[in-house]
Design a protein around this ligand. Structure first.
Ligand code: NAP
Length: 265
């Protein structure tokens, strides 16, 4: 019989090295702040906006007392992916987990999209994240690390939204790739791979659309209780990274129920 002596763990990520690609963005920066506050050693990747990256580093230092390390470059390039992982491997016990928050909204309507537009979205939303996952997993596996990977897709790959082919197509491919990799890399000492599919957040790439009023009807009609906050996805990132976590191969919609489409009966 149970004596109700449960082990929930505190600061489970203390000292663990976590690479967060796209960690300076609207959603990624909250994950970086939360992980750093919880004692993880965070390597934060960004493409080119150094000013924003430095501002995040200073804010995390001031608010959480933690140092994060910045790495710059476009993860569609192999040498950049290697550099990101090298930076994490050089810290502490080496890479434990990778979170990929990079992405591109691919805002081109399908009837106007060129082949290059489709290719560009594949490069940003599929090739880069999946190849970074491969690079990170290879290093973890070479040291026998039982680690975790979290990739970011979108609600548009959970439910069907009109005109979203150029964005949802590659993100849906990413979701299936994650499930395949969770199977391929799983096992007793394996790597867990999961996906977060955010809804509409008042941050990052959805902010302008929210400010334009385009999504107000979701709240007005009670489809969602409020717009998402970066903290919502950050908390799920932390859960999925916890070392003794029991979740793998899953796509978790963090969307306030938006993909249930309560507006459509
Ligand atoms: N915000 C939302 O409501 C929402 C909704 C659904 C899904 N998502 C998904 O959630 C993830 C995070 O979104 P977000 O709103 O936080 O995005 P964001 O604010 O636009 O930030 C994107 C981040 O990724 C970096 N980045 C982009 N492309 C890169 C590349 N090729 N190589 C390296 N770094 C790259 C950016 O660096 P620079 O700034 O230096 O370019 C930045 O740090 C994305 O995958 C997005 O598709 C977001």
């Amino acid at each position: 019989m149970s004596d109700f002596d449960y082990s929930f763990g505190e600061r489970a990520l203390e000292g663990r090295v976590v690479l967060v690609a796209g960690g300076t963005g609207g959603l990624g920066s909250a994950a970086v702040a939360l992980l750093a506050r919880d004692g993880a050693r965070v390597v934060c990747g960004y493409r080119s906006d150094r000013q924003r990256a430095e501002a995040l580093r200073e804010a995390v230092k001031a608010r959480c007392g933690a140092d994060i390390q910045l790495v710059e470059g476009d993860i569609s390039q192999a040498d950049v992916r290697r550099r990101y992982v090298d930076a994490a491997e050089a810290l502490g016990e080496g890479l434990y987990a990778m979170v990929c928050c990079t992405g591109d909204p691919g805002r081109v309507k399908f009837d106007q999209a060129s082949q290059e537009d489709l290719h560009q979205s594949m490069r940003a939303n599929y090739y880069g994240p999946v190849l970074l996952a491969r690079e990170a997993a290879a290093r973890m596996q070479s040291r026998g690390v039982s680690g975790a990977i979290v990739l970011f897709s979108t609600m548009q790959s959970v439910a069907v939204f009109e005109s979203s082919i150029n964005y949802a197509g590659p993100k849906t491919a990413l979701q299936q790739a994650a499930r395949i990799l969770a199977k391929q890399w799983g096992g007793p000492q394996g790597i867990r791979v999961n996906v977060i599919a955010p809804g509409v957040n008042r941050a990052g790439m959805a902010l302008k659309s929210i400010q334009s009023g385009k999504y107000d009807f979701f709240v007005e009609q009670g489809v969602i209780p409020r717009f998402g906050r970066p903290e919502d996805t950050a908390r799920v990132v932390r859960l999925l990274l916890e070392p003794d976590n029991y979740i793998t191969g899953q796509v978790i919609a963090v969307d306030g129920g938006l993909t249930l489409r309560r507006d459509r009966g």
